[in-house]
Design a protein. Structure first.
Length: 314
C-alpha cells in the first residue's frame, strides 16, 4: 500500500476511533469498549469498520473465546497509545513554576516606568524566579506601531503610547501631575504657586518620542503659548537632576520625583491649574494572552505597580 493511499485512509480516523482501538485491545469486547467510549454498540461496530479500512487489516477475529487481536492490532497498541498521550499533552494547560524557570522574559517600558517601577519589579522577579532572566527595553510613543511583530511579554506604558490592534490593555492606576523644582528655587518657600509665576520660569520637557503633545497644556489654554521649554530630554532622571541644580520647573507624574527628592534636592508642589491624572497601563500582545509564564509576569508587574502608585485606579 502506498504512503499516499495510507494518508488518505488515515484522514478518516479521529481521536475517538484510535481511542476505540485501544479500548478494544484492552476489553476484547465491542460492548464493553462502547461503554467506555460512551457510544452505542452499533456505533462501536462502525468505528471498528473504519479502523479495519484504515489499517487494511481485520484487527480482531471472533473466536469461541471472544475477540482475538491480530498481530497487526497488537503491533499498533504502543504507537497509538503514545500518539494519543502526546495529543492529550497538547490539550493540557502547561504549568509554570517560577522558581524552577530558566526562561528569558521581555519587558518593555517607558523611561519613566523603567526608573519608577523597574527596580521593584526586578527585586520581586528575581525573588520569585531566581534562575530566569529579564530583558528590558524602551517603548516610545509610536514604537509598537512601527515594529508590531517584536517579541515581548509585557509592556508598561502610559496612555500616550499608541498600541497596535493585537495588543490587550489593562489600567493599572493613575498618578497625579505635580510641579517639581529645586529646594532653593525662588518659588519653593511658597505654599502655592500662581499661573503667572509658573509661566515666568523656564521648564523642562521630557519627550517620549513620536509626538509633540505636552501634558497640562490643554488646561492652560492660550496661556500655554507663554510656557518656554529650555531643556528637552527623553530621560526622566536627567530631567530631575537638572531641575535640582537649576531654576527650571518640571511638570510630571509625582512618584519618581518623590523617590529621588532627597537625592536631587527637589521640592514637589501642586500645579497652579487643574490637570488630568496620568493613566498607566499593563499591555501585552494577544499572542501571549494564555501563556502561563506571561500571565505570571503580568500578575507580578500588576502587584508591584499597584503597591507603588499613590493614586490607584478605582
Amino acid at each position: 500500500m502506498s504512503s499516499l493511499m495510507l494518508s488518505g485512509q488515515f484522514q478518516q480516523l479521529d481521536i475517538k476511533s484510535l481511542t476505540g482501538l485501544l479500548y478494544l485491545l484492552e476489553e476484547r469486547n465491542v460492548g464493553r469498549a462502547a461503554d467506555r467510549l460512551f457510544i452505542s454498540q452499533s456505533a462501536m461496530s462502525r468505528v471498528l469498520i473504519r479502523l479495519r479500512e484504515a489499517f487494511d487489516d481485520p484487527l480482531f477475529v471472533r473466536t469461541a473465546r471472544g475477540m482475538i487481536p491480530t498481530s497487526k492490532a497488537i503491533a499498533l497498541e504502543n504507537p497509538v497509545r503514545q500518539m494519543l498521550e502526546q495529543m492529550a499533552s497538547l490539550m493540557a494547560v502547561p504549568q509554570f513554576v517560577p522558581h524552577l524557570s530558566e526562561r528569558t522574559f521581555r519587558l518593555q517600558t517607558t523611561h519613566y516606568q523603567a526608573q519608577a517601577y523597574g527596580p521593584s519589579i526586578a527585586e520581586r522577579f528575581y525573588r520569585e524566579a531566581p534562575n530566569a532572566s529579564l530583558v528590558t527595553s524602551t517603548v516610545t510613543e509610536t514604537s509598537l506601531l512601527e515594529e508590531p511583530d517584536q517579541i515581548c511579554d509585557v509592556v508598561l506604558c502610559s496612555s500616550f503610547i499608541q498600541l497596535p490592534h493585537h495588543f490587550e490593555r489593562q489600567l493599572l492606576g493613575r498618578e497625579k501631575y505635580v510641579l517639581i523644582m529645586a529646594q532653593d528655587h525662588p518659588l519653593a518657600a511658597q505654599d502655592t504657586v500662581s499661573v503667572a509665576e509658573y509661566l515666568s520660569f523656564s521648564h523642562v520637557l521630557v519627550s517620549l518620542g513620536g509626538g509633540a503633545k505636552v501634558t497640562g497644556n490643554e488646561a492652560l489654554g492660550k496661556l500655554a503659548r507663554e510656557k518656554r521649554f529650555a531643556l528637552r530630554t527623553p530621560y526622566f532622571m536627567a530631567a530631575l537632576e537638572a531641575v535640582g541644580r537649576t531654576q527650571l520647573l518640571f511638570s510630571s507624574s509625582g512618584l519618581l520625583a518623590s523617590q529621588y527628592a532627597e537625592r536631587f534636592g527637589l521640592t514637589i508642589k501642586a500645579l497652579p491649574f487643574e490637570s488630568k491624572d496620568t493613566d498607566y497601563y499593563l499591555v501585552w500582545p494577544k499572542a501571549v494572552d494564555q501563556d502561563p509564564g506571561s500571565i505570571w509576569l503580568r500578575d507580578l508587574c500588576r502587584r508591584v505597580v499597584k503597591e507603588l502608585i499613590p493614586f490607584p485606579a478605582d
